[in-house]
Design a protein around this ligand. Structure first.
Ligand SMILES: [Zn+2]
Length: 80
């Protein structure tokens, strides 16, 4: 008997919970409504998506097309 499918669903369910917790903790529960990955964003013709994971600089923020992480973008902008 294989349990691969069940484990897959469990895995995705956990990811969804982590993502919604991350958005809520960041104070932006509306980020949950964004696509969760770049391919998903492209499919929906949207520019921004929210993975729920930290970028390499520790931001929990949406990412979009050529801007990358919104937190990094904001820091760059304010640093000029
Ligand atoms: Zn960042």
């Amino acid at each position: 008997m294989k349990h691969t499918k069940f484990l897959d669903w469990d895995h995705y369910a956990k990811l969804a919970v982590d993502r919604s917790n991350a958005a809520t903790q960041a104070g932006h529960p509306e980020w949950i409504d964004l696509p969760s990955s770049r391919p998903e964003a492209e499919q929906q013709s949207k520019k921004a998506y929210f993975t729920g994971h930290e970028c390499k600089h520790g931001h929990i923020a949406p990412r979009g097309g050529n801007k990358g992480c919104a937190g990094c973008y904001a820091e760059r902008y304010h640093a000029i």
